[in-house]
Design a protein around this ligand. Structure first.
Ligand code: GLV
Ligand code: MN
Ligand code: MN
Length: 411
């Protein structure tokens, strides 16, 4: 029997075209949520959804959907595919976009083949998955599943002082549909792995069975500004020095433990930020992740204890604000098995795996059976313009998504 296949040229064409939208003067891809660049990306994706004959719907937090009502049972709960198209700063072209465009491609392929699925199909591009501009990450999908009120979501203040609701209005993507207006029968998200496992093991595909917990905090250390030349080392209340100690504490503790915990300080700023002034204030973020909730709690507690001791030792004041906290998620075993079977039927060697990154699927898993499919990331690089997945793997992943949707409809 010949296997159905998605249109590889169209999928890769869309991916490369979207990857050119949102470049800054230096040529970097910076398509932060609800920015002008995001608007341009959304406009392109919405027009491709219309080209595919889909109904385009935007909900109140800006989540963008393409809906196909062609179904044996038009009123049935849909199978939803998707991801996000917002990006980090200086991003690669695959993160999120691949899942949205492959979802669209699968639906378009089925429509062109004249196949009427048992259920309606939907593809989603969720708002602010990355969390670079607005915290928490996965904000759009979190609001979609009722984990964050629409009012709170829209009132979120960005790192640039902007308000998400006002920005969505400004770019024309403050929709009217109520988040959660479609309760999916199942949600499947195709994504690049963003890590080294598949490539290292020579595998083509990952069936993602769980996703690690994520803890985001912002730490503010207040010391005393003073003269860099005249203040003896013993008389300083140096917020910068204290921040550096936290960074090395995290690194030493986590790297020294025999556990998969990871810790990152990705943002750091000093005030007044002058070469000859001892920093009066240091502000930085801590991203802690672990697949085990008990261990993640223990790591958070260890950091809190260290900050208390440090405040005394360095004679500074330390405050902590929580930006995001999501527990580890276990995906639906039935869908994971379907993905594995679909990969095997296409002769693709696969394994089950844990997602190190956060994804919209972890939110959708709160309201419906959900799972993810990973394809290899060369060198395990992501959140970097060097992010790369070979075309053949992108196409293979999209075909496994196609087969998974067909199997879900059949089941
Ligand atoms: C999203 O990319 C994350 O931070 O995991
Ligand atoms: Mn992503
Ligand atoms: Mn990302």
């Amino acid at each position: 029997m010949t296997q159905r296949s998605i249109n590889a040229d169209r999928l890769l064409g869309h991916l490369n075209a979207l990857g050119q939208i949102g470049r800054d003067e230096a040529g970097r891809l910076v398509r932060l949520a609800a920015s002008d660049a995001d608007r341009a990306g959304r406009d392109a994706v919405a027009s491709w959804m219309r080209d595919a004959g889909l109904q385009v719907v935007v909900d109140r937090v800006g989540n963008l959907f393409g809906l196909s009502h062609d179904a044996a049972e038009p009123g049935a709960a849909p199978i939803m595919l998707g991801s996000h198209i917002d990006s980090v700063i200086d991003a690669g072209i695959y993160d999120g976009c691949y899942g949205v465009l492959a979802g669209l491609e699968v639906i378009q392929t089925l429509r062109e083949l004249g196949i009427t699925p048992a259920r309606p199909l939907a593809v989603a591009a969720f708002t602010n998955e990355e969390g670079v501009r607005y915290a928490p990450d996965m904000l759009g999908s979190l609001a979609y599943v009722g984990g964050l009120s629409v009012d709170d979501a829209l009132a979120t203040i960005g790192t640039d002082g902007s308000v998400l609701g006002a920005e969505l209005q400004r770019i024309g993507y403050a929709g009217t549909a109520e988040p959660g207006f479609l309760r999916p029968h199942a949600y499947v998200e195709l994504h690049i792995e963003q890590g080294p496992v598949l490539e290292r093991e020579g595998l083509r595909l990952g069936a993602v069975e769980n996703l690690q917990g994520i803890s985001w905090q912002r730490v503010t250390i207040d010391g005393v500004a003073n003269h860099a030349g005249t203040t003896p080392m013993s008389m300083r209340h140096d917020a910068g020095q204290a921040a550096a100690r936290v960074i090395t504490f995290l690194r030493d503790r986590v790297a020294g433990a025999n556990a998969p915990t990871v810790a990152t300080v990705g943002c750091l700023s000093f005030e007044p930020n002058a070469i000859n002034v001892i920093p009066s204030r240091a502000t930085f973020t801590v991203d802690l992740r672990d697949p085990d909730e008990t261990r993640l709690l223990a790591e958070e507690a260890a950091l809190a204890r260290y900050l208390e001791e440090l405040a005394i030792a360095e004679e500074v004041t330390i405050s902590v604000e929580r930006l995001a906290r999501f527990q580890p998620v276990t995906f639906d075993a039935g869908i994971v098995a379907l993905i594995e079977a679909a990969a095997a039927a296409r002769g693709l060697r696969s394994r089950r795996m844990t997602s190190g990154a956060g994804h919209d699927a972890q939110m959708l898993a709160r309201i419906c059976p959900a799972a993810m499919i990973f394809v290899p990331s060369i060198g395990g690089i992501s959140h970097n313009p060097r992010e790369h997945t070979p075309d053949a793997d992108l196409v293979a992943g999209a075909n496994v998504l196609l087969d998974t949707v067909s199997r879900l409809c059949a089941g």
